[in-house]
Design a protein around this ligand. Structure first.
Ligand code: ADP
Ligand code: MG
Length: 274
């Protein structure tokens, strides 16, 4: 018989060591409601630059709620807690400021914008986030921007024609996720949250996404991979795995936790925490 995991609640012992200011996004005691309904309950999670974390959990557990809340979607009401990065509570900032501080969110369901080419969209995004004049950096000249975009696309092994297509318009599921990865590569965030970037992807698209993320990981990037399945974790190796259940992180552990979940499904954990 398989050995069953013994999930243990997140405690002082499993929490990570002291956060290094400027290097770590510290989510502290975060509770969130939607239309008055409690969704997230006292979430504590620290993501340090250089680390890769996975947040796993069944559908409806609140994974997307966490990512939308961190990005500042107006539908999500923060009832307690904070998300400190570089000494600032990002939850107090408008979304564009959060992006300028280095936060990136890859959406589970990216929106399309017929009439706006990928290239133009990315140029607006890059100028707004990185070269907005406020930080002393003027908007990039078009030629310079195109040079950078070509380099990033080459790094990701993308066809040049991708840049002239309309943003997500008629894109396959895989192409939409590729567009998200290209956007991330252009914005060079410090903390990236990828919400079910793997969902609905065939194996080639999944490998593309994983390779893209892996090519960007390093000491200057912290990643939170949000996923239902551990399939993507065969390609992107997290050092930390957390399980969200009914809006609470009920267990955290190392990479083997993802494997155990894969074998057992979420049932074993549910039995212990519901
Ligand atoms: P996950 O991403 O883990 O599948 P979600 O964060 O999308 O979970 O959803 C968590 C809970 O919040 C679910 O019960 C869902 O029905 C509810 N919820 C999510 N978004 C909304 C919304 N816009 N309006 C009302 N309820 C929502
Ligand atoms: Mg979701």
């Amino acid at each position: 018989m398989e050995t069953l995991i013994e999930p243990k609640p997140v405690s002082e012992e499993t929490a990570q060591g002291p956060a290094v200011e400027n290097e770590t996004l510290v989510i502290k005691d975060l509770s969130v409601t939607i239309d008055g309904k409690a969704i997230l309950d006292n979430i504590n999670l620290s993501i340090k630059k250089g680390e890769v974390h996975a947040l796993m959990g069944p559908n409806g557990s609140g994974k997307s709620t966490l990512s939308y809340t961190l990005m500042g979607h107006p539908k999500y009401t923060v009832t307690s807690g904070e998300a400190i990065f570089k000494g600032v509570n990002m939850l107090d900032l408008p979304t564009d400021e959060r992006a300028r501080m280095g936060l990136f969110l890859g959406f589970q369901y990216p929106v399309s914008a017929p009439g706006v080419s990928m290239g133009n969209f990315l140029r607006m995004a890059v100028n707004s986030v990185k070269y907005n004049g406020n930080n002393g950096k003027r908007p990039l000249p078009i030629a310079k921007f195109h040079k950078i975009m070509k380099e990033k696309m080459a790094m990701l092994e993308m066809k040049d024609s991708f840049a002239s297509r309309y943003l997500n318009d008629g894109f396959s599921g895989g192409e939409k996720k590729k567009a998200e990865i290209l956007q991330m590569a252009m914005l060079e965030p410090e903390i990236a949250i990828l919400d079910e970037t793997d969902s609905g992807l065939d194996i080639d698209a999944l490998k593309f996404v994983a390779n893209g993320v892996n090519s960007m990981t390093g000491p200057n990037l912290g990643v939170l991979i949000i996923t239902h399945y551990n399939r993507i974790l065969d390609y992107i190796k997290p050092q930390f795995v957390h399980v969200l259940l009914n809006g609470r992180i009920v267990v955290s552990g190392g990479p083997d936790l993802a494997q155990t979940l894969e074998k057992q499904g979420y049932d074993e954990i549910k039995k212990n925490f519901e």
